[in-house]
Design a protein around this ligand. Structure first.
Ligand SMILES: [Zn+2]
Length: 412
């Protein structure tokens, strides 16, 4: 169903969309309809259902971005489909002037998993005001809320400034052919926004509680210390790599990496594995291995931590291998200016003053932060990646209202 990067969104698509959307839109909208909701996209429910019905488990797109593209095209956005490798991505923009606000997110989802579901993970079922399905909160619901907010904001005509959407199909996977490559394209084509809002689920229990203004970085290291194998009764003829590795690990964990900052909790180094695999009781092994993960705040960089690991290992081992993978650097968006604007818009729409936080794992915001200020605000994340992922329809609609308020604040 994916037409590919060079194929414009086809005419046949509107017809194919009409079927899945007609049913969900008719009934739920009736109760919610207000005078300004004349555009069918102004309610996020139908689009959220249509997106959930595309089984877009990374890296499959399963037609999800065509559904989204059709909705955005209807609102007047110019769509650029960007396929990199096996991954479908999409950039959509309306307006050419500044300020330029970008909504970012992903249409891919994690698999349903082994735990049993009580609803079809790709059915988009509504039960007693709750929408079920993989991606309901992470984050097809938020993408539908982006579109609904745009539909409402654009109801009065062209935007003052520009609105864009940066959508990837590779957030839950390796993230190599997704947001980072779309950003390269955006930079090459003069499309870098003034501010980017990522719609990842950020709220623990209620909409309005938390904006993420940064994320910790993450580094994984695999270490092999080499020694000289020998008889445990004749250690003078051997060089025990286990002793060296244990001393090195003790040195690495002897002191905290830092005491935290105003916005970040202390960085943390966790040894995740120590392996020798020696089945003999009288043999000093030839090598010993360890693995560790460091979640680090913005007082560190992946390169500096790698240098520290190497120097510490060298104090305890003459021969070692160190393989490091930095999956993301830490970043922080200054909690002023645009973050204030965002927080005020959320507070006005919810009555809750959001907390500014930097916790959790990595997200695609780590890539966006290299280009422009970025913050994250989305649905309540309690059921993300779980069986029976769901979102109350009222919450979905409230998120659309919040995003509409954000558009009003950034593009007054
Ligand atoms: Zn997500």
């Amino acid at each position: 169903m994916d037409p590919g990067p060079t194929d414009p969104v086809g005419d046949g698509l509107a017809a194919s969309l009409a079927a899945p959307l007609a049913a969900p839109l008719a009934a739920p909208l009736a109760a919610h309809r207000t005078a300004h909701l004349t555009d069918p996209w102004a309610d996020p429910l139908g689009l959220a259902q249509a997106l959930i019905r595309c089984a877009s488990v990374t890296p499959e797109d399963a037609g999800a971005q065509a559904v989204l593209a059709a909705a955005l095209e209807h609102l007047g956005f110019t769509i650029t489909r960007l396929r990199f490798g096996a991954v479908a991505n999409l950039f959509a923009r309306i307006g050419t002037a500044g300020p330029h606000l970008c909504f970012a997110g992903h249409t891919d989802v994690v698999p349903p998993g082994a735990a049993p579901w009580h609803a079809d993970p790709f059915g988009g079922e509504l039960r007693q005001g709750v929408l079920y399905g993989r991606g309901a909160c992470d984050m097809k619901g938020a993408i539908a809320a982006f579109v609904a907010a745009c539909a409402r904001h654009l109801h009065g005509g062209a935007p003052r400034g520009s609105i864009s959407l940066l959508i990837t199909g590779d957030e839950e996977g390796p993230a190599l052919d997704g947001t980072t490559r779309v950003l390269d394209w955006m930079a090459a084509h003069g499309q870098i926004p003034d501010f980017c809002l990522v719609g990842e689920p950020t709220n623990p229990a209620r909409l309005g509680e938390v904006i993420k203004i940064g994320r910790r970085g993450s580094l994984n290291a695999r270490i092999t210390v080499h020694g000289t194998q020998g008889h445990s009764a004749y250690p003078q003829l051997a060089d025990n790599p286990v002793h060296r590795l244990v001393r090195a690990m003790a040195a690495l964990t002897a002191a905290p990496l830092d005491a935290g900052t105003d916005w970040f909790e202390p960085s943390s180094l966790q040894i995740t594995s120590l392996d020798v695999g020696n089945t003999a009781s009288n043999v000093i092994p030839a090598a010993a291995r360890a693995a560790l993960n460091i979640r680090f705040n913005d007082r560190h960089s992946g390169a500096a931590l790698t240098g520290w690991l190497r120097a510490t290992l060298a104090q305890h081992a003459e021969r070692f291998d160190l393989d490091v993978a930095v999956s993301g650097e830490a970043f922080l968006t200054e909690p002023a200016g645009q973050v204030d604007t965002l927080a005020r818009a959320i507070a006005a729409a919810t009555g809750i003053t959001p907390r500014l936080e930097t916790g959790g794992g990595t997200s695609d915001a780590r890539f966006i932060a290299r280009y422009c200020p970025v913050a994250e605000f989305g649905l309540v994340g309690a059921s993300m990646h779980q069986a029976d992922e769901h979102v109350p329809v009222a919450e979905l609609r409230q998120l659309a209202e919040i995003y509409q308020a954000v558009l009003g604040a950034f593009l007054p």
